[in-house]
Design a protein around this ligand. Structure first.
Ligand SMILES: Cc1ncc(COP(=O)(O)O)c(C=O)c1O
Length: 445
């Protein structure tokens, strides 16, 4: 098994070029391909393209392939299930895989009391289920989310999403009753405060501005928050931000929904990122890493909240048995070794990336938890001018050296590798990142 990048052709190679040319005619142009990678196969944290080039994957299909590409235990679980039956619709019939997964989730989600799970196929559907359940359970209409947040692209979830304007442009009007508050991005404090004196004043904004001027708290069904902002730039808020949010929601009978679609399933070094704060939410949206790449989205909720009657909400494909089998195998692997590996190798990678700060003026901030690490690039450390073009150039330069990265937010780079990444591979990633930064910094002088 190859564990470091090996490039044999110029990129893209001839086979990749041909497939990309066909794609250009028939596939939706709304997709955001940053560089021309055409995958042929993957194993562990490595990806091979159609021309035989091998890459180290620190993107994991947008933070999805938690157990690595095609982990044998997951593939066996999928194969075994697929040979028996592919579909029956868990909304109208029963099968054990869905029950077993709901039991396994009930045992691991940090929600108090009994837990029930609703199954969909994606992160956005998990959020839609949370929105509908919050409105149904509270009999209130309004929702609060955060600037910079990403919750999906179906219209309910999109109304919560406030990441990039292009994601909303041309699709209005949004769902009514959604208000946005500043997120605790302490590197760029939305209130201009210093992190040493921060008491999570962005929560005051909800009380002093939103509740005073826009909507009464007794008409707010839920506050939806990413415990670590993903698409928004891998922003880690202080724990007290989430803790104060819990206090506020409890005071006003508002439900707290943790969107763990990106930060969940071991990526942060705990099963769910909110566990780092000690806060117990009322609902959790889960997707991405849960089934190692098979489509699955889950809205897990306090059992006393999820009391909607038969017919209220369902999905034909949701909780597909093959996806459920993959998820059960994934959770087993995460608990056995991979969450601990994410914490350990994540700390190692974080230290290696932080060590580059002294050498590269482009690096403004390195932050994260476990194997969810963001590096924000700036043109000037004092003014924090965003280095968006440089960020894109670094991602491309890394690709050209065999490292797969993704941007996040306007000027950050995310490291979201499969949770099987080894320390040696983390070192390789940091080394290539170092070289890519050097190349871009030289070219900008
Ligand atoms: C935090 C968060 N919520 C929701 C979503 C939407 O998930 P999906 O693309 O599976 O619909 C994403 C996707 O990136 C996400 O990061």
């Amino acid at each position: 098994m190859i564990t470091t990048p090996q490039l044999n052709t110029p990129l893209p190679g001839p086979k990749a070029k041909a497939i990309i040319a066909r794609d250009a005619h028939v596939v939706s142009p709304s997709y955001t391909r940053g560089y021309p990678l055409v995958i042929e196969r993957g194993y562990g944290a490595m990806v091979e393209d159609v021309d035989g080039n091998v890459f180290l994957d620190c993107a994991a299909g947008i933070a999805v392939t938690a157990t690595g590409h095609s982990h044998p235990d997951v593939v066996n679980a999928i194969t075994e299930q697929a040979q028996r039956f592919l579909h029956m619709s868990g909304t109208d019939f029963y099968y054990e895989a869905q029950v077993k997964l709901a039991e396994d989730l009930a045992a691991v989600v940090p929600i108090d009391g009994g837990v029930r799970s609703f199954f969909g196929n994606s992160g956005t559907e998990a959020i839609e289920a949370c929105i509908k359940l919050a409105r149904y359970a509270t009999k209130r209409d309004n929702l609060i989310a955060f600037l910079g947040g990403f919750h999906g692209r179906t219209l309910g979830a999109l109304s919560l999403t406030a990441s990039k304007a292009i994601q909303r442009r041309g699709f209005g009007p949004m769902m009514p009753g959604v208000y946005h508050a500043p997120y605790a991005d302490c590197y760029r404090c939305p209130l201009g405060l210093k992190s040493e004196s921060c008491a999570a004043e962005c929560i005051d904004y909800i009380e002093d501005q939103i509740f005073l001027h826009l909507v009464s708290p007794d008409e707010v069904a839920a506050i939806v928050v990413e415990p670590i902002q993903g698409e928004g730039g891998y922003v880690v808020p202080p724990d007290k931000f989430i803790q104060r949010l819990r206090e506020l929601t409890t005071t006003h009978g508002i439900l707290l929904v943790a969107d763990e679609v990106q930060s969940g399933m071991g990526r942060s070094g705990k099963m769910f990122a909110i566990e780092h704060t000690g806060v117990r939410p009322d609902m959790i949206a889960i997707a991405k890493g849960i089934a190692s790449g098979m489509p699955l989205g889950v809205a897990a909720a306090r059992a006393d909240i999820m009391t909607w009657p038969p017919g209220a909400h369902a999905s034909t494909f949701g909780g597909n048995p093959v996806s459920c089998a993959a998820a059960v195998a994934t959770i087993k692997l995460l608990k056995a070794r991979l969450i601990a590996n994410a914490a350990e190798v994540g700390a190692h990678l974080m230290a290696a990336l932080k060590a580059l700060e002294g050498k590269h003026p482009l690096i403004g901030d390195v932050r994260g938890r476990g194997l969810m690490i963001g590096v924000e690039l700036v043109r000037d450390r004092k003014t924090k001018e965003r280095a968006t073009d440089e960020r894109d150039a670094v991602v491309t330069a890394a690709f050209e050296r065999g490292l797969l990265l993704l941007g996040a937010g306007r000027n950050a780079i995310r490291f979201s590798p499969p949770l099987v990444l080894s320390k040696a591979q983390a070192d390789t990633a940091a080394k290539i990142f170092d070289e890519a930064l050097t190349q871009v910094e030289r070219s900008r002088r």
